[in-house]
Ligand binder design. Structure first.
Ligand SMILES: [Ca+2]
Ligand SMILES: [Ca+2]
Ligand SMILES: [Ca+2]
Length: 430
């Protein structure tokens, strides 16, 4: 038995957009396609063997293999026109020759017919309503669902950008594949009595990028939990007896060190950024209510002093902060320095952190717009939620777990945090 040779020089010779007038019976309709928007003509050289009596064309999409029991075309001709191809889908084709004894050749070379890229529809900010005023400081931003002209495309990622209106400073620029239409703005990103503008854009699983949404604005209200405006929630301020860095000066009196009482706990945590640290000022610090992240008994880490969030104002945009945190109780030997943020979830930050031998402090580095900076942008400000924790063996909670714990309060109607996609929302600044 001698197999036919491969058909040679398979080419696409036309790529005509299909009009309704071309829908005539002698075209073969591709199976499984519902959007008859394109056609393609294939051609190849005739085999020289006199025994060859026909050719079969096979088609596949990128994610599939060829189904050799179902040719999409079968004839003695050496050209075929296929219609009914989806506008946005890529197709591959091969041809096989067969002879009068039923012998079949192997595949010709493969040719591709690429689809158009459909841009996702422009996203729309839905909540808070445009120009909403007196908004609390950890709002949930919400947008309309992803749509695309390509029915086979889906939502992959959303980029969220929040800008301070007075000077155009970008205060948040994060891209998330979990916070697709809802984002909880992390604590300390927003300041009180300040006007902001925000936009989003969507990326599809096929890699298409939408336009930016039309800008939506809001103005924050007062922070009633920091009446003296010193950047520490009043009910977390420490007494004069606390001196975690053991320098003989009450931590409450220091400018380069800020200390807080742990949220509903018995302990303190302080962050120090002295001269040479790359930081000009620790402008805010607060201990986080862990229940805003998820059920505490299901968190993947036990966090004896919780998480502390702080805002560093940097000497240089994009600079590296070298800071130290002090604890009222030693971190266990097995504890890691951890972060939790909306785009990365829980992160072991050990690569940038060194615990002291007595485990009462840790030195760590954060880069503005780089590693460890939760605002995602080089803007002269570092936003950092972190703390020491010991793995509990519990699985990392899914994003969805946090939703049920906090309800689904809307920023337009409630002062409560939650309902959205979290980094670590605090109740102190509502
Ligand atoms: Ca205060
Ligand atoms: Ca001190
Ligand atoms: Ca930053």
């Amino acid at each position: 038995m001698k197999l036919p040779l491969l058909p040679d020089n398979l080419t696409l010779i036309t790529r005509t957009w299909l009009g309704l007038f071309l829908l005539m019976g002698f075209f073969l309709l591709l199976p499984r396609l519902c959007h008859a928007t394109r056609q393609v003509t294939l051609a190849w050289d005739a085999n020289q063997e006199t025994t060859v009596v026909g050719y079969r064309v096979f088609c596949r999409q990128a994610s599939d293999g060829y189904n050799y029991s179902h040719p999409i075309w079968d004839s003695s001709a050496t050209t075929c026109t296929l219609i009914g191809l989806d506008e946005y889908t890529d197709y591959a084709f091969v041809v096989r020759a067969y002879d009068d004894s039923g012998n079949r050749s192997a595949d010709s070379q493969e040719v591709w017919f690429y689809g158009q890229t459909a841009l996702p529809s422009q996203p729309e900010a839905t909540s808070p309503g445009n120009n909403f005023s007196d908004l609390f400081l950890t709002p949930v931003l919400q947008t309309a669902v992803f749509t695309s002209p390509d029915p086979n495309d889906r939502h992959l990622q959303t980029q969220w950008v929040v800008t301070r209106v007075s000077d155009g400073l970008c205060v948040l620029d994060v891209t998330s594949s979990t916070c697709l239409t809802e984002l909880d703005v992390p604590p300390l990103v927003l300041e009180e009595n300040t006007q902001y503008s925000w936009v989003v854009r969507y990326t599809s699983v096929k890699g298409a990028l939408s336009d930016w949404s039309s800008p939506s604005g809001f103005t924050t209200g007062e922070s009633e939990l920091d009446e003296d405006g010193n950047g520490i929630p009043d009910d977390q301020e420490v007494g004069m007896s606390i001196d975690l860095d053991n320098n003989g000066i009450a931590d409450a009196e220091q400018n380069d060190l800020r200390c807080v009482n742990v949220f509903e706990g018995a302990g303190q945590i302080a962050v120090e950024a002295p001269a040479g640290s790359g930081v000009t000022r620790i402008s805010a610090i607060e201990s986080t209510d862990l229940t805003t992240i998820g059920a505490v008994d299901r968190l993947p880490f036990d966090l004896p002093l919780g998480l502390v969030s702080f805002r560093l104002e940097m000497e240089q945009v994009g600079g590296i902060a070298r800071v130290q945190a002090y604890f009222s109780e030693p971190a266990p030997q097995t504890a890691k320095w951890l972060k939790y943020d909306m785009t990365n979830g829980w992160q072991d930050y050990s690569a940038h952190a060194v615990f002291a031998a007595d485990r009462l402090s840790v030195e760590f580095e954060i880069q503005d717009g780089g590693f460890g900076d939760a605002d995602g942008v080089a803007n002269g400000i570092i936003i950092d939620p972190s703390g020491f924790g010991v793995a509990t063996g519990a699985a990392t909670p899914a994003e969805g777990d946090s939703h049920s714990l906090t309800g689904s309060s809307s920023p337009a109607s409630s002062g409560g945090g939650g309902g959205g996609c979290f980094i670590s929302t605090s109740t102190f600044w509502n």
